[in-house]
Design a protein around this ligand. Structure first.
Ligand code: HEC
Length: 108
């Protein structure tokens, strides 16, 4: 009977550990994991922000790294050249998140 209880305890511990791992995959909160980027931006700037598709420049570049947070937010909100404006398509929170994630990608 004691062995049986011990087995139950071991099994529940095992399942608890599995459950914890299943629920918390390593959090990838970067630009490439952002569904907003995937849906709106990846077609021009590439899935990883490497650029090239339909003439969108890379978002990981010296130029982007040199741009201020305000510049980046402004370009995404109001557009620039062939870059469409997202003022009416995304919320300002979504745009802020994109800006932060673009900045994070450019920090080496
Ligand atoms: C239709 C293609 C297209 C789409 C879609 C697009 N972009 Fe762009 N993006 C461009 C082009 C082209 C430029 C270059 C504009 C210029 O400098 O004339 C640009 C420039 C930028 C820049 C400035 C880069 C720099 O180094 O100055 C940022 C930041 C940017 N895009 C972010 C985004 C984000 C975020 C999204 C999605 C919400 C997005 N873009 C969607 C084409 C696109």
């Amino acid at each position: 009977m004691k062995t049986f209880r011990f087995a139950i305890a071991v099994y529940s511990l095992f399942f608890a550990v599995v459950a914890v791992y299943a629920q918390s995959p390593p959090p990838d909160t970067g630009l490439t994991a952002n569904p907003v980027f995937e849906k709106n931006c990846a077609k021009c700037h590439g899935k990883t922000g490497e650029g090239r598709h339909f003439g969108g420049p890379p978002l990981v570049s010296e130029k982007t790294a040199a741009a201020s947070t305000d510049d980046l937010r402004n370009i995404i909100t109001n557009g620039k050249g062939r870059m469409p404006k997202y003022a009416s398509k995304l919320t300002s929170e979504e745009i802020d998140t994109l800006v932060q994630q673009i900045n994070a990608l450019n920090k080496k």
